[in-house]
Design a protein around this ligand. Structure first.
Ligand SMILES: Nc1ncnc2c1ncn2[C@@H]1O[C@H](COP(=O)(O)OP(=O)(O)O)[C@@H](O)[C@H]1O
Ligand SMILES: [Mg+2]
Length: 258
């Protein structure tokens, strides 16, 4: 069934699976880079306070889905909605400021020579006044003591796990409703991977954030997420609860090293 993406789940199935009214939805989205179409008609539904993990082979277009939601790709057709509003063509800055969608930047996006608090203030660069960003940063520090303890130290002293926490926290400064997270476990030592998933679980359960994640570590991602989509060649081949996908023999064979 994974080999035949043409027969993917229906929109109605995805809506039911989402477990609530759609907060974020993609409808028949075709998108790519330049003249290259990567996503060939993606439907996706996330409800408030719920989490969704995209798994699939390398190059399937998982990161491109997140890029498209945030506004980094060329949209050829289809619609992106947040709380019912058509946001297909708005810029990443407007997504963050107006629609409450944040993309967690990784890949060494932390500035090593700036202090932890200066890095955090950067998360509020779209706010009208610097003071607002500083107030938001204080809320983050109140929540994460391990960052507060190092607030005046250069970010380069942070461990890999703390650095990932800082990257996530920077996105929290704008108090988004939806967090887009690409491979939160990548490059981390095993002991920090659990920490990062605990942080994301807390953000979902205690703060009601919706989370859309891509995770190469499919086992971790599916254990975390309410809903899992299997992406193959730019289409949704399969969608089910995270638990169902974890127990699916074919998913196990292809993506869980089973
Ligand atoms: N910035 C880009 N410009 C052009 N092509 C890209 C870019 N990013 C990714 N691609 C291409 O899009 C396809 C899907 O990539 P990606 O979404 O990163 O896959 P995944 O995250 O599932 O591994 C790949 O063929 C990749 O080469
Ligand atoms: Mg990727």
């Amino acid at each position: 069934m994974l080999a035949v993406p043409d027969s993917g789940p229906s929109r109605e199935e995805l809506r039911l699976l989402a477990g609530g009214e759609p907060l974020l939805s993609l409808e028949r989205l075709r998108a790519g880079y330049g003249r290259m179409e990567i996503l060939h008609g993606i439907d996706l539904v996330v409800a408030p306070g719920r989490s969704l993990c995209l798994i699939g082979p390398n190059g399937a277009g998982k990161s491109t889905v997140l890029h498209s939601i945030y506004g980094f790709t060329r949209i050829l057709e289809g619609t992106i909605r947040v709380a019912g509003e058509d946001v297909t063509r708005i810029s990443p800055n407007q997504k963050l400021r107006r629609s409450g969608v944040a993309y967690v930047l990784q890949d060494n996006s932390v500035f090593p020579d700036m202090t932890v608090e200066e890095n955090l203030w950067m998360g509020g660069y779209l706010m009208d006044r610097p003071q607002q960003a500083k107030e938001a940063a204080e809320r983050v520090f109140a929540k994460y003591k391990r960052l507060a303890d190092r607030r005046r130290q250069p970010a380069r002293v942070l461990s890999g796990g703390e650095r990932r926490l800082l990257e996530i926290s920077r996105a929290l400064v704008m108090d988004p409703k939806v967090l887009l997270v690409d491979e939160p476990s990548i490059g981390l030592e095993p002991r920090y991977i659990d920490m990062v998933f605990e942080i994301l679980t807390d953000l979902q359960r205690q703060e009601g954030k919706s989370i859309v994640m891509v995770e190469q570590n499919a086992k971790k991602g599916l254990e975390f997420a309410d809903v899992g989509y299997v992406l193959v060649a730019g289409k949704v081949a399969r969608a089910a609860t995270g638990r169902e996908l974890l127990e699916d023999p074919e998913v196990g064979r292809l993506f869980l090293g089973g």
